[in-house]
Design a protein around this ligand. Structure first.
Ligand SMILES: Cc1cc2nc3c(=O)[nH]c(=O)nc-3n(C[C@H](O)[C@H](O)[C@H](O)COP(=O)(O)OP(=O)(O)OC[C@H]3O[C@@H](n4cnc5c(N)ncnc54)[C@H](O)[C@@H]3O)c2cc1C
Length: 420
């Protein structure tokens, strides 16, 4: 099989790159092993929340410009501040073109509310999720936090504790339904995706709306866990119209309904543009010709090669097995690319979980065009994008989705030669 570009990994980075290349007219394939980090997403996309020295960032574009001095090997520094600013304008357009409605501004972070009720700085949030422009200020005075009976991945009490500190009066409500009781017979099935399927049925959503109307009395808003709309787009609007009050969603513990929906939407967009998506297949080896990747082989296609002018390594970090740790080194398993890591294993992590962990910045070595380096040599037609890149701390710097999307757009531009 021959393509213009083959992308390995179908997470946020692989999808973004594939969509942009397909938009540029390339014949493109994505080979992806399985679920990606986006299935666990909060419903928000971070660009830059903190600088490496811990200072918080209000204006991500200005923060990115500072990284050139303080963190020259950060993917944003390699891409360059000006380009990052441009890609940060293009990324939300790409999401919207796939049907993922997001709001946010790359010049000013807003705050999303976490499953524990805390405010966290972020860049883009999917419509319907509770956000605020100022931490400690919420857009209501009296709120009812509603859970589905027996759902344990949502914590109304913790949320209320945080809301009360912002001067909000909190009430609690719960909803039950025979179809939910059916799921509850096996407690391990009481997960967000299964419950969301119950609410995809019009009659069940109608029953939920009727209960919410009662719970809404005396409140100026309702808070629900993100348990609706896995297969239908209008669920939140449906409830809002029937209840007649603002209703906001809060993310739950994984699996994430907004993440699953986003993944499906990106996949649909890629296929609609003519892209070929090989889900459930993994790339197991590659053949080189000099400093070029000539072809790759996958588990499902055996000795039938995937050939292309360009390849993109978007296999993620440790979470997706794009990187693997052995006792003494960090390995990139498909190409055996060079990786950046601290040689002394004792320095890879600290036992204080919330500290800045060195291993999080380990990753694949690339040049400034994000071309992958192997045995000290830049590979001419293999680019790296996303969570597997070296040089950044997605958790402490709050820049995970931003690095994935901006690096993918940069790679797509380098491959297609097309600037938007
Ligand atoms: C649990 C979790 C939650 C997160 N939540 C957020 C959030 O809410 N907001 C935010 O901004 N950031 C979040 N992040 C940061 C996250 O890394 C990025 O947002 C982004 O989604 C990463 O996308 P990616 O495509 O680079 O990598 P991944 O999402 O890891 O995708 C890599 C893909 O490559 C595939 N793959 C791996 N090896 C192979 C192979 N050999 N052959 C074929 N396919 C392969 C994997 O199956 C996977 O589908 C989160 C990260 C994690 C781990």
């Amino acid at each position: 099989m021959r393509f213009d570009t083959v992308i390995i990994g179908g997470g946020l980075a692989g999808m973004t790159c594939g969509i942009r290349l397909a938009e540029a007219g390339q014949r493109c394939a994505i080979v992806s092993q399985g679920q990606s980090a986006i299935h666990f997403s909060s419903g928000s996309f971070d660009l830059l929340g903190h600088l490496p020295d811990g200072r918080s960032v209000t204006d991500p574009v200005a923060g990115i410009a500072e990284l050139a001095e303080t963190a020259p090997s950060h993917p944003y520094s390699k891409i360059g501040a000006e380009r990052c600013a441009r890609y940060a304008q293009e990324a939300p357009e790409l999401l919207r073109s796939a049907g993922i409605q997001v709001a946010g501004d790359s010049r000013r972070n807003h705050f999303r509310i976490t499953p524990m009720g805390k405010a966290k700085a972020t860049w883009l949030t999917i419509d319907g999720y509770l956000t605020t422009d100022e931490a400690g200020r919420l857009p209501f005075k009296t709120v009812c936090i509603v859970n589905v009976e027996g759902f344990l991945d949502f914590y109304p009490e913790f949320i209320a504790q945080e809301f009360r500190e912002a001067g909000v009066t909190c009430r609690f409500g719960s909803f039950n339904h025979p179809d939910v009781e059916q799921i509850r017979k096996n407690p391990s099935e009481m997960r967000s995706a299964n419950i969301a399927r119950v609410f995809d049925h019009e009659a069940n959503l109608e029953a939920f709306a009727a209960e919410l109307r009662k719970l809404a009395e005396g409140c100026d808003a309702l808070i629900l866990p993100a348990l609706i709309g896995i297969n239908r787009n209008d669920s939140l609007e449906f409830l809002r119209t029937r209840v007649g009050l603002p209703i906001y969603l809060l993310p739950t513990l994984p699996p994430s309904i907004p993440g699953i929906r986003a993944q499906q939407a990106l996949q649909r967009r890629f296929r609609a543009l003519g892209g070929e998506y090989f889900l459930g297949d993994s790339v197991v080896s590659a053949e080189m010709e000099g400093s070029r990747v000539a072809r790759i082989f996958t588990a499902n296609h055996g000795n039938i090669p995937f050939e292309a002018a360009h390849f993109v390594l978007a296999t993620g970090s440790f979470f997706s097995k794009g990187l693997q740790a052995t006792p003494d080194r960090i390995v990139e398993p498909v190409f055996g690319a060079d990786t950046e890591f601290v040689p002394n294993r004792a320095e890879w992590y600290t036992l204080r979980f919330f500290d800045r962990q060195a291993y999080q910045a380990f990753g694949v070595k690339t040049d400034s065009a994000l071309r992958v380096v192997k045995e000290g040599q830049v590979l001419e037609n293999l680019y790296g994008a996303g969570a597997g890149l070296a040089g950044f701390h997605p958790v402490q710097e709050e820049c995970g989705a931003g690095v994935s999307m901006l690096s993918a757009l940069h790679v797509a531009e380098n491959i297609s030669g097309m600037k938007r």
